[in-house]
Design a protein around this ligand. Sequence first.
Ligand code: 5RP
Length: 214
Amino acid sequence: MNQDEQKRLAGRAAMRYVEDGMVVGVGTGSTVAHFIDALAERRHDIEGAVSSSDHSTRLLKQHGIPVLDLNATGELHLYVDGADECDDAKCLIKGGGAALTREKIIAAASRRFVCIIDPGKRVRVLGRFPLPVEVIPMARSYVARELVKHGGQPVWRDGVVTDNGNWILDVHNLHIADPEGLERELNQIAGVVTVGLFAQRRADIVLVGAEPMP
Ligand code: 5RP
């Protein structure tokens, strides 16, 4: 089975967790696009969605799914999102689509975080995928120098501006043995908006294709 088919299966499998009347938190990416397709079939059963990016907002609206403001909805029951890497403890690297800040906010504001991935995203140790870090533009070089002190090689994702008007550094060559610790440390660097490590608030359930990870 090819990668896109696995993503489609994962997107559809996440529908098991959608209940009538819910406001659903919706992530960003090609796997989530399959989830949005499936969610559209039940758009009359749910109250609406909270979106993690302008891109997902467009998709949701195209499908006739109401997009709601997180400030008005309060805590969400469910957040569904993809990932770039996932370890055995359900810690994630996210932000390949540059939507990490809003994704982290919705994950934090949700009771259950269901992560949908294809098998290629599973790793033993996080860090093969360059770690995205969203930074305030004026802090780019300072943050890059600090990231080098942590053993990484930051590369500016030139030309990419996030939905929040910020920039992304992709940090190569990290071997992330302690995801929670590194997330905490990198969060302390002045000018860092969001680190693409989702370890403190990791996934509750990971669907690899249609199968839940143990
Ligand atoms: C966006 C993300 C995505 O979830 C991640 O990049 C995975 O994307 P895809 O489902 O297209 O492989 O974190 O910021």
